[in-house]
Write a protein that binds this ligand. Sequence first.
Ligand SMILES: [Zn+2]
Length: 94
Amino acid sequence: MRIRLSLTCPICGRERLLLIEHDSRYVEVVCPRCEIGYRVSLTYIIRRYVHEGVLDWARLIEDLHREFYSSVVLANLRRVKSSGKSSNVLKHVG
Ligand SMILES: [Zn+2]
């Protein structure tokens, strides 16, 4: 399943981020324009954001956006400093 979020990409500033589920194993927050993403396993999400059968969606999205933001901003700083080669950012948690 894909969910379009109201959050915009910190790099291009235009595209709205997508939340994509992969194989019921992990979800990824992705900018479809920059083709960069941040990936988290579903077991980690369940452990951390589900309490008594209730998913804390607001906190989950807030944390995913923050992690997406810090991983892509840091990756872009590194990219400017080093080779200039562009690559996707995929960090796995959980
Ligand atoms: Zn973008």
